[in-house]
Write a protein that binds this ligand. Structure first.
Ligand SMILES: NC(=O)c1ccc[n+]([C@@H]2O[C@H](COP(=O)([O-])OP(=O)(O)OC[C@H]3O[C@@H](n4cnc5c(N)ncnc54)[C@H](OP(=O)(O)O)[C@@H]3O)[C@@H](O)[C@H]2O)c1
Length: 294
């Protein structure tokens, strides 16, 4: 297998894409091309972009991530999260490139009481989860080898829109908030996931031919959205009263899993990944956000 040198990152304006961009200069051994939606639109024919371009690795960070909106835009969500992913996998296979594709805890039904392992039964509860599952299945069907699917959960960062930034914004003009306490999971700081991807691609096992596989990644620990909100305010020194509410008191178009914990034993064992505790990573993100406003 030739050495990995040229890397394409899709969805480079998203949280994970921008986090990869932020750390890219630490990995000068790779020539990383960052493609935005205007370079490669997954709702359109993507083959044209690849004409005359060859990559050793494609990291697909692009996705239709509007979980609630997906319920009324099922066709578009399917195009981006499934059909375009199928095409990307076909192109990767033709180019003898490796593929890292990002997926989600929303492929599970969230009714389990122990952290989900990669082999657990899938049963998405909404259109977003369903289209992401079909994307996973397309990758596995087309690429028996050299594709790695990383399922992650509750992604936040200093970039784009996410729970942390929403809580900080809401607290700037309210002194109390109600947040759901009966959905539990683990937040994932996108910078940690980006670093993990770079760790994986430098791992010898990844550089060889390998059978395509799925691994789980989030930060360490467990919390509810309520705990997450409380911790954001505690670590930021913001006084905002947070009340716990049940999912039924905050109806949304898409059903979300009540239990989203991912078991990360496999990624740690296969790729020597060291995973930070979620509160430590949250502190890092809050620091980065504070530095932005200085
Ligand atoms: N966010 C979460 O909580 C979460 C949880 C579990 C798994 N994931 C998965 O993690 C991955 C990264 O998520 P993220 O949080 O970084 O998502 P994000 O911030 O929403 O970024 C998604 C990126 O996809 C791009 N995109 C959307 N439609 C496109 C299209 N038609 N053509 C090309 N690009 C398109 C967006 O482009 P624009 O910038 O132009 O809109 C954006 O840059 C995704 O696979 C997601 O499903 C996310």
């Amino acid at each position: 297998m030739p050495e990995i040198k040229t890397v394409l990152v899709t969805g480079s304006n998203g949280q994970l894409g921008q986090s990869l961009k932020k750390i890219a200069s630490q990995y000068p051994q790779y020539e990383i091309s960052f493609a935005t939606r205007s370079d490669i639109d997954l709702s359109d024919c993507i083959a044209q972009f690849f004409q005359g371009k060859q990559f050793d690795l494609i990291i697909n960070c692009a996705a239709y991530t509007a979980v609630d909106k997906a319920e009324s835009e099922a066709e578009l969500a399917d195009q981006i999260n499934h059909l375009a992913v199928q095409q990307l996998a076909e192109i990767a296979k033709q180019q003898h490139a490796k593929l890292i594709h990002i997926s989600t805890d929303y492929v599970f039904n969230g009714q389990q009481c122990r952290p989900y392992i990669e082999m657990d039964d899938v049963e998405p509860q909404g259109i977003y989860g369903l289209t992401k599952l079909k994307g996973e299945q397309a990758v596995s069907k087309i690429m028996a080898d050299n594709a790695l699917i990383i399922r992650t959960s509750w992604v936040y960062s200093e970039f784009g829109n996410n729970f942390v930034k929403t809580m900080l914004r809401l607290a700037s003009d309210r002194d109390s908030l109600s947040v759901i306490f009966d959905q539990v999971g683990t937040p994932t700081y996108a910078t940690d996931l980006a670093k993990t991807i770079m760790t994986i691609i430098q791992n010898e096992a990844f550089q060889q031919e390998f059978s395509s596989d799925i691994v789980h990644y989030s930060n360490e620990g467990v919390c509810s959205w309520y705990d997450f909100a409380k911790t954001i305010f505690e670590l930021s020194g913001i006084e905002c009263d947070v009340s716990p509410i049940e999912t039924k008191d905050y109806p949304t178009p898409a059903t979300r899993p009540h239990y989203s914990l991912l078991n990360k034993a496999k990624i740690k064992q296969d790729f020597d990944v060291v995973i930070p505790y979620w509160k430590d990573s949250l502190q890092q993100c809050l620091k980065a956000l504070q530095e932005e406003v200085k």
